[in-house]
Design a protein around this ligand. Structure first.
Ligand SMILES: Nc1ncnc2c1ncn2[C@@H]1O[C@H](COP(=O)(O)OP(=O)(O)O)[C@@H](O)[C@H]1O
Ligand SMILES: [Mg+2]
Length: 368
């Protein structure tokens, strides 16, 4: 459906040096899928999305939508945004304040080429308003809507054109936390209802994990990992990805053995030799980092450790009770480990406890 190949987009920076905002960005999105560009502020997400929309003119690369080349540096093709006909909702969504809800959505249809009959416009507007649960407010002035309702209105306005591709740039970022979570479910529902191919931009990892079929994690203008949400979370390739997606512990170390057709390796770390997982071969003697998430640090107050590998004793340094779980800070000499425990566990600061790091969840990542 959408192919972006070797896309590079630059801006003129200060003192003549170009800002390379998107570099060698390559990805494919299948029909009807929800694809997310995720990364910290300034990593090039908006630039990539605006390049797809035709609002920026890339330096090089190719963008093909549904078999139509909308940009190609090699073939010297650049289709202007209005010829691409994608639906767009940006962070600063602007509803038209002097119009009511119905008019906000019908206006794009009324000014479009090949105007539809009035009855058909009405039917289409009411259909999308129903989908975003605003049909009962069709006559209300747009400015008298709540933040979440205005957001849904902006979405309805993009959807009413029945675009091939929906481009969303941090569309939930102006909403408060509770509403953002609710809208997340709504978005997912609407996207699967309309089966519309969606490119979503966010810096919020939980939003990306919850919504996406696939996620491209970006850093400094480049895609650093592209995979399904679970794989991004459970099998990060680099320290950057592991750190950006959720909370994790890092243990630096040297590879001292393992491999040989296996996915497990021995790594010498500050807390001893650990058995860790890597899908890629690790050269003996190389420096790597081991990422382990707090929820994968298993704690037990039994007398003896239950496991023989990746098992050690630690001292509980700090305990924070959070209702449904406890956050614990453990200490092993120089190394601090964050863990998560059940609230019923007997965990007082100063106590010693057995800790087991599941080898399957100890992920070798590039040290960078
Ligand atoms: N119009 C512009 N002129 C110059 N530099 C820009 C412009 N827009 C963005 N940039 C720069 O390009 C880089 C990527 O920006 P952007 O795509 O907006 O990142 P993101 O959306 O991931 O926060 C940043 O370094 C930013 O400062
Ligand atoms: Mg942005």
């Amino acid at each position: 459906m959408l192919t972006v190949a070797a896309l590079c987009t630059e801006y003129a920076g200060q003192n003549g040096a170009a800002v390379k905002a998107a570099q060698d960005v390559t990805f494919d999105v299948a029909d009807g899928k929800f694809f997310t560009l995720l990364g910290p502020s300034g990593c090039g997400k908006t630039t990539t999305l605006r390049s797809i929309a035709g609002l920026e003119r890339p330096v090089s690369g190719e963008i093909v939508v549904d078999g139509l080349t909308v940009f190609s540096s090699r073939q010297r093709v650049f289709l202007p945004p209005n010829k691409r006909r994608f639906g767009m909702v940006f962070q600063s969504y602007a509803i038209w304040p002097h119009m009511n809800v119905f008019q906000n959505v019908s206006f794009p249809l009324e000014v479009a080429e090949g105007r539809l009959p009035k009855e058909e416009i009405r039917a289409r507007v009411m259909r999308v308003l129903a989908a975003v649960a605003l049909d009962h407010l069709a006559e209300r002035e747009a400015t008298k809507l709540s933040g979440g309702q205005q957001q849904r209105l902006a979405l309805a306005r993009a959807l009413v054109m029945e675009p091939k591709l929906l481009l969303l740039d941090e569309p939930l970022s102006n909403l408060d936390a509770k509403l953002r979570e609710k809208m997340r479910f709504e978005l997912k529902r609407m996207q699967s209802e309309f089966k519309i191919t969606t490119i979503y931009v966010t810096h919020d990892q939980s939003e990306a994990l919850a919504l996406s079929d696939e996620i491209a994690v970006m850093n400094e203008g480049r895609i650093v990992q592209l995979a399904r949400p679970r794989e991004i979370y459970e099998r990060p390739l680099t320290k950057f990805v592991a750190d950006f997606i959720g909370t994790t512990n890092f243990l630096d170390g040297k590879v001292i053995g393992g491999g040989a057709g296996e996915t497990f390796w021995s790594v010498d770390t500050r807390i001893g030799v650990l058995k860790v997982r890597s899908e890629r071969p690790l050269p003996l003697g190389s420096s790597i980092s081991v990422s382990i998430r707090p929820e994968d640090v298993h704690l037990s107050d039994a007398e003896r450790p239950a496991e023989s590998v990746n098992s050690t004793e630690a001292m509980i340094e700090q305990v924070v009770f959070l209702g449904e779980h406890m956050d614990l800070k453990l200490r092993l000499g120089e190394q601090e480990i964050l863990a998560r425990g059940h609230p019923s566990m007997n965990a007082a600061p100063g106590r010693r406890i057995h800790m087991w790091l599941n080898p399957d969840k100890c992920i070798a990542v590039a040290a960078e």
